[in-house]
Design a binder for this molecule. Structure first.
Ligand code: SAM
Length: 444
C-alpha cells in the first residue's frame, strides 16, 4: 500500500543524497548527552504521558522508535533520558545511520536496532511502539496525513507520537528565498558548494534594505554550509499553518494532545494585562477550541519555527482535571516526584549549599524550560526538594516534615494542624508542577 516508488521517488533520491553527503545533525559524535539537560528533558517520554494522562509511566518498559533518526544525536538523547527502554531507529540515508552507530559505540551504550529504509516501509518491520519520535522530517512528505497514518499503524493503543512541522508564517521568508533559487535553477540537481557561493554572492550584492535580505540573511552564518542546506536548499521543505496541522490529524484520525512547549503558546501571555482584556476578547477567548487558540496565537505572534506536538489515538485525552481542583482527600493520596532531569548530584549540592546559607534556591537555572524565574525559600527547599533527591515522597510524609520544622503556627502560636500544613504545601506543589519541576501522582 505504501510503496515509496508511488510517492515521488526522484525527490526521495535527492533527499537521500543530501543527507548522505551531510548527515544531520552535524553534532559531533563525541558530544556527551549528559550535558544537554534541555535536550534530555525534551526527549524524556514521561512528559508526554504526564501531559495527557497525569500518570508517571515507567519508561524502562517501553519501546521507542526514532523515525528518520539521521545521525542519531536525538536517538542518543532518547536512550539516555529513558534508561532501559528499547530503542529502534531508521533512516533513508545509510551514511547518517553509520554516524548514529558510531555515536552509540563512542558512548559505550547498547546500539539500537537501526534500519536503512523509507518511512513508507515501516509497517513491514512488524513492530509496534509506545512512543514514536519523528523530528524535523514530517514537513518533507508530500501528504503529511498519509505519513501520520503510517506512524499510527505501528503505534500501540496507548502510545504517543511526537513530531513537528515547519511553520509557514515563521519561515515564509525562507520559502520566498527557496522559490527565488528554484527560479535560478539551483534546485535542478542537489545544491552544493557552487550554489552556496552563489547565494552568498547574491545576498552580499543586495542592498541591506531589501526585504528578503533583512529577513533571511544572517551574515554570522555565512561560512556555515548547514545554514544554507537547512534553510535555502532544504529539499522537500514546506511550511504549514495550524489549520493544516489539525486537518491532517483529522484525516489520519489522530488526536492532538499538546504542543511540547505548550507554556510558550499561552495566548494570555501576549497581553500587557491578561486580567484586563478588551471585552470582546474576554468573552470569546474562553470559548475557543485548542486549535483556534493556537491559530490565533500563530496569527498574532508567529515566533515558533516548529509546531512541535504530541498526538495519539483518538479519545484518550480525557483527563482534564487540574491539580488545583483536587479535594483534600485527593491530596492526601498524592505522591510527589522530582523531574528526572533535576535529579543530578550538582543540583543537590547547590540545594544543600543554599539551605546551609539560608539563601533562596534558584531552581530555574538547573532546568530552564521557560523564561519564568522560580526562587525557592530555604524552608520549602529543605522540606520538599531535599528528600526528593532520595525518593518520591507521599503527601503525608511531606506534611510530617512541615510539622516538624513548623510545630507552631507563627501567627497564633497554636500547634500547626495537618490542614494548615497541607494547604501551604498544596499551593507550593501546584506552582512547582506548573513550572514543570515536580510531577504529582494522584492514585486514580
Ligand atoms: C533534518 S533530518 C532530521 C534527523 C533527525 N530526526 C533529527 O531531528 O536530528 C531529516 C532526516 O530524515 C530522513 N528522511 C527523509 N525522508 C525520509 C523517509 N521518507 N524515510 C526515512 N527517512 C527519511 C533524512 O535522511 C534525514 O536523515
Amino acid at each position: 500500500m505504501y510503496s515509496p516508488q508511488k510517492d515521488n521517488s526522484d525527490l526521495w533520491e535527492k533527499i537521500r543524497e543530501q543527507y548522505d553527503s551531510l548527515p544531520y545533525p552535524k553534532t559531533a559524535v563525541e558530544k556527551p548527552p549528559q550535558d544537554d539537560i534541555l535536550g534530555l528533558y525534551n526527549h524524556n517520554i514521561i512528559n508526554a504521558f504526564y501531559k495527557r494522562d497525569k500518570t508517571i509511566i515507567d519508561a524502562s518498559k517501553t519501546v521507542i522508535l526514532d523515525a528518520a533518526c539521521g545521525s542519531g544525536y536525538k536517538t542518543l538523547l532518547l536512550a539516555v533520558a529513558n534508561p532501559g527502554a528499547k530503542i529502534v531507529g531508521f533512516d533513508l540515508s545509510r551514511n547518517s545511520l553509520e554516524v548514529a552507530q558510531a555515536r552509540f559505540a563512542y558512548h559505550g551504550l547498547e546500539c539500537p536496532d537501526f534500519y536503512c529504509m523509507n518511512l513508507y516501509e515501516l509497517p513491514e518491520l512488524g513492530l509496534t511502539f509506545d512512543y514514536i519520535n519523528l523530528d524535523e522530517t514530517l514537513f518533507l512528505f508530500e501528504d503529511i496525513a498519509v505519513s501520520l497514518s503510517i506512524l499510527k499503524s505501528v503505534l500501540k493503543a496507548q502510545g504517543i507520537i511526537r513530531t513537528n512541522l515547519h511553520s509557514y508564517w515563521q519561515r515564509s521568508h525562507f520559502y520566498r528565498a527557496q522559490n527565488t533559487f528554484k527560479m535560478m535553477g539551483m534546485f535542478d540537481g542537489n545544491p552544493g558548494d557552487l550554489e552556496i557561493d552563489s547565494v552568498r554572492d547574491l545576498f552580499k550584492s543586495l542592498k541591506d534594505s531589501v526585504n528578503l535580505k533583512q529577513l533571511a540573511w544572517k551574515p554570522e552564518f555565512a561560512g556555515n554550509p548547514e545554514y544554507y542546506m537547512m534553510n535555502f536548499f532544504l529539499q522537500g521543505d514546506k511550511g504549514y499553518t495550524i489549520n493544516q496541522l489539525f486537518n491532517a490529524l483529522e484525516k489520519a484520525d489522530l488526536e492532538f494532545i499538546s504542543m511540547l512547549n505548550w507554556r510558550e503558546w499561552d495566548l494570555l501571555e501576549l497581553f500587557e494585562n491578561s486580567e484586563d482584556l478588551p471585552s470582546f476578547l474576554a468573552l470569546s477567548l474562553p470559548s475557543l477550541t485548542v486549535a483556534e487558540q493556537l491559530h490565533f496565537f500563530e496569527m498574532l505572534n508567529p515566533i515558533h519555527r516548529l509546531f512541535d506536538f504530541w498526538c495519539g489515538h483518538p479519545d484518550l485525552t480525557t483527563y482534564s482535571e487540574q491539580s488545583s481542583e483536587w479535594t483534600h482527600e485527593d491530596w492526601l493520596k498524592v505522591t510527589v516526584h522530582l523531574h528526572p532531569q533535576l535529579k543530578r548530584e550538582e543540583v543537590k549540592q547547590e540545594l544543600l549549599d543554599a539551605i546551609k546559607l539560608f539563601q533562596p534556591f534558584e531552581i530555574t537555572k538547573h532546568l530552564s524550560i521557560h523564561n519564568r524565574t522560580s526562587l525557592i525559600d530555604t524552608t520549602l527547599a529543605s522540606i520538599v526538594y531535599l528528600p526528593l533527591f532520595e525518593n518520591t515522597q507521599s503527601m503525608l510524609s511531606l506534611i510530617e516534615r512541615w510539622c516538624k520544622l513548623h510545630p507552631l503556627n507563627l501567627a497564633s502560636l497554636e500547634e500547626t494542624t495537618t490542614l494548615e500544613a497541607l494547604n501551604t504545601l498544596k499551593q507550593f506543589l501546584i506552582n512547582q508542577e506548573d513550572l514543570g519541576y515536580l510531577l504529582l501522582d494522584k492514585q486514580k
